[in-house]
Design a protein around this ligand. Structure first.
Ligand SMILES: [Ca+2]
Ligand SMILES: [Ca+2]
Ligand SMILES: [Ca+2]
Length: 262
């Protein structure tokens, strides 16, 4: 009997280990108790646009993105929040050197005007964005972009609305990112599947906030995207993993929290 119980326990442990990563999805909230658990990466992560590291499979998945309400200029009224038509699965991890971010983006029409370079100005691209707001009392926050060409942008905002994008784009986080495409870029006549982005940001990027967080720290964050597509009725879908009251990604008061798990 003891052998049977031991075997059953082993089975249970094996099943738990084999389980896919837990899901963290809508309804999103600013409740600190429901913060996204940012787990530690327990091995090296190659930034190559492929999420085949074991750490990624253990990371909690952010899904259930929401299209926030916006002004419908044709109907002349506010739309209601709704689930995104294009699904996104994002993940975050950390270790002593980096914050890691990855996203798998369903996308039927891969589109990007920005070239594969760093800090080309804001363009009409499919974009995956990560906003980071470490402190509720200080005004500083960060915005990091990856686009399907492999291009990246990083912004450090010393204060919201205190200048044009170009003022904050001069900042350099030292991020590294790669993408992989499941489809053809900039050909609207065919039907694509999606794209994958993988990024790491050194903690020195957040020097204005003291750099690396401590275990248990809570930072506000937002994962958001632009999806331009001939297959979407709106032409461009903006969706985010947050309870945003309107379609405005800089409303950090409405960002959820992540917790750095030891
Ligand atoms: Ca990788
Ligand atoms: Ca920059
Ligand atoms: Ca697209």
């Amino acid at each position: 009997m003891r052998t049977v119980i031991a075997a059953l326990m082993l089975l249970a442990v094996t099943a738990a280990l084999a389980q896919p990563a837990a899901d963290w999805s809508g309804p999103f909230t600013t409740d600190r108790q429901r913060a996204y658990p940012c787990l530690r990466a327990d091995g090296p992560i190659a930034i190559d646009g492929k999420l085949d590291e074991a750490a990624w499979s253990r990371a909690t998945v952010i899904s259930g993105f929401i299209v926030p309400p916006r002004m419908d200029s044709v109907a002349q009224k506010m739309t209601e929040a709704k689930p995104a038509a294009s699904a996104t699965r994002a993940r975050l991890l950390w270790d002593d050197e980096y914050l890691y971010f990855a996203a798998e983006l369903d996308d039927l029409d891969l589109y990007c005007v920005t070239p594969d370079k760093h800090d080309a100005g804001f363009g009409a691209d499919d974009i995956i964005e990560l906003f980071v707001k470490p402190s509720d009392t200080l005004p500083y926050y960060w915005e990091l972009h990856v686009v399907p060409s492999g291009g990246t942008r990083d912004y450090f905002y010393a204060r919201r609305y205190a200048g044009a994008d170009t003022r904050w784009l001069k900042y350099d986080s030292g991020l590294r990112a790669r993408v992989s495409l499941q489809g053809t870029l900039d050909d609207w006549t065919d039907r694509d599947t999606g794209w994958t982005a993988e990024m790491r940001i050194p903690w020195s990027a957040f020097a204005q906030m003291g750099g690396k967080p401590r275990s248990g720290d809570l930072w506000r964050f937002l994962v958001s995207r632009y999806d331009y597509s001939v297959h979407l009725s709106e032409g461009c879908e903006l969706s985010a993993a947050a309870p945003l009251p309107i379609q405005a990604y800089h409303l950090f008061e409405h960002y959820p929290y992540l917790r750095f798990v030891p």
